[in-house]
Design a protein. Structure first.
Length: 252
């Protein structure tokens, strides 16, 4: 099989998943976007968390052109991406009980805020505890996960529950167990992951909904512009100043 045919198969698989989440998750996307708009309008702050590769979709929401300036990254040291050595340490940290609670205790998150928790499997202790602890503090929680994992894997949290069990809204990415879309007889393992593509698209759809909902209420969405277009930096400085008490990645 030619490389170009495999590339085409991956694009087809990714497009198919995007079409599924567009059609099957329309209601939850609307609910999540409305919840974010409500939080912004009510003076709350926004946070996003993801461990390992799930952090990529969380980071895509923060300090991002075309996204809401109020979205802050809730980072767990050692669990964001693959920047620790060895990289497997990050995966091990996802299974540590108590870590999420300690991070929330040290964060500015408070009752009335909103937290997006991203975890493909939703089975590890860190995302489950993050959602549980956030809700106990009075935060709204939006979960982004593959619901299929809950029926085919065992939870690694002491409660035996999954991320999906502790959210106000659950966005199902529809990603299959194992996160690999292609197989080939001459390759012993499945390959070509689509979770980052789909999860990021899901969340951008949510952000679009939130912006539109705020506009419908005659509230200007606190959006950032690209710093690489004329006037973009000045625009962003104005937004930063106006919402300085709700943005934690920027300082005067």
């Amino acid at each position: 099989m030619s490389d170009s045919k495999l590339a085409g198969q991956f694009f087809d698989a990714a497009i198919g998943l995007l079409q599924r989440v567009r059609d099957e998750e329309a209601g939850t996307i609307e609910a999540a976007g409305t919840m974010i708009a409500d939080t912004v309008a009510d003076g709350g702050r926004l946070f996003a968390f993801g461990a390992g590769h799930s952090s990529l979709a969380a980071q895509d929401l923060v300090y991002r052109a075309g996204s809401l300036a109020l979205m802050n990254l809730l980072a767990v040291p050692g669990a964001v991406g693959v920047d620790v050595m060895p990289a497997t340490l990050g995966s091990a940290l996802e299974r540590v009980d108590g870590l999420a609670t300690a991070v929330l205790d040290a964060s500015p998150a408070r009752s009335g805020d909103l937290l997006v928790v991203i975890s493909l499997s939703g089975r590890n202790a860190l995302p489950v505890e993050m959602a549980m602890s956030a809700r106990a503090r009075g935060l709204k929680v939006i979960g982004v996960t593959s619901v299929a994992y809950a029926s085919e894997t065992r939870s690694r949290h002491t409660s035996g529950t999954y991320l999906k069990d502790h959210c106000d809204v659950v966005l199902d990415s529809k990603i299959a167990i194992g996160d690999a879309e292609l197989t080939l007889d001459t390759i012993p393992a499945p390959f070509a992951s689509a979770s980052t593509v789909v999860t990021s698209a899901l969340l951008q759809a949510v952000m679009a909904t939130a912006a539109g909902t705020l506009a419908d209420r005659r509230v200007e969405p606190p959006l950032l512009r690209s710093g690489n277009v004329d006037g973009g930096l000045e625009w962003n400085d104005r937004v930063f100043e106006e919402y300085a008490d709700r943005i934690f990645y920027w300082q005067r």
